[in-house]
Design a protein around this ligand. Structure first.
Ligand SMILES: [Zn+2]
Ligand SMILES: [Zn+2]
Length: 243
């Protein structure tokens, strides 16, 4: 696999380097097309200069849409220029106002020079596996297979938000908002209600009821055990009598 990756990278480097020689401009073609689109959009804007480095760019159609362009920091309040490095329609408007070319304001990442720099390194050529030298060190083998306890799972482990298998005619409860039956607010149910403390008596009663039931059960168990013991004793007695 590593060898495949190496070959792929080698081919890619050559391809990218050849591509850059075909560029007509100093800027990459993809960025140029984006710039052309922004140039067209720039005619919808009007620039006003503050006398220094900043411009106020307002829409031709309404006075509400306004952006602030800083030519020195190369930023616009629409954030497109800051994020992409490609001048946005507003900044192109100001560039035209200064009678300069927008191509000169594209970030250096998209320049031919940078592109060539990135792909200037060459991947070494490697002969076939049979010609590879053997080392004196220990052979590195894959780790031993360790059998884990239990039956191995066959099904793929599903993500938390992945839909589970649901019964026919039933929809998933995923995304459903719970409504509390005590305080009628959303987001939690009766069980997790902060106002539940008011219902402590009810809860206690219920718990007591459960306890009583449990005690009854215990009693019945004890009774059964006692009976069993008695039975054993009586049997023992009878046996004793027989002896
Ligand atoms: Zn902008
Ligand atoms: Zn509640």
């Amino acid at each position: 696999m590593l060898e495949d990756i190496r070959r792929k990278v080698m081919k890619r480097l050559v391809k990218k380097k050849q591509e850059s020689t075909k560029w007509h401009c100093d800027v990459s073609p993809r960025v140029l097309s984006k710039l052309e689109k922004n140039k067209e959009k720039s005619f919808d804007w009007m620039a006003e200069w503050n006398g220094y480095n900043e411009y106020e760019v307002s829409s031709v159609y309404n006075g509400v849409d306004k952006h602030k362009v800083d030519m020195k920091a190369r930023t616009c309040s629409c954030r497109e220029w800051n994020l992409t490095g490609i001048p946005c329609p507003h900044s192109i408007c100001t560039i035209y106002h200064q009678s300069k070319t927008p191509e000169d304001f594209v970030a250096h990442w998209y320049h031919k020079e940078t592109y060539i720099k990135a792909y200037k390194h060459i991947m070494g050529v490697v002969p076939g596996k049979n010609f590879w030298p053997e080392t004196d060190g220990i052979r590195i083998e894959p780790p031993m297979f360790k059998k884990m306890p239990g039956r191995p799972k066959k099904n793929r482990r599903k993500d938390k938000d992945e839909p589970r298998k649901v019964k026919d005619n039933k929809l998933s409860r995923e995304g459903r908002v719970m409504t509390c039956r005590i305080c009628y607010s959303k987001g939690h149910n009766k069980r997790a209600c902060p106002f539940r403390a008011n219902n402590v008596e009810n809860v206690q009663q219920k718990q007591n009821g459960n306890k009583e039931n449990g005690q009854k059960k215990n009693k019945s168990n004890k009774e059964i055990q006692q009976k069993m013991n008695n039975g054993d004793k009586s049997q023992g007695n009878t046996q004793g009598n027989l002896n």
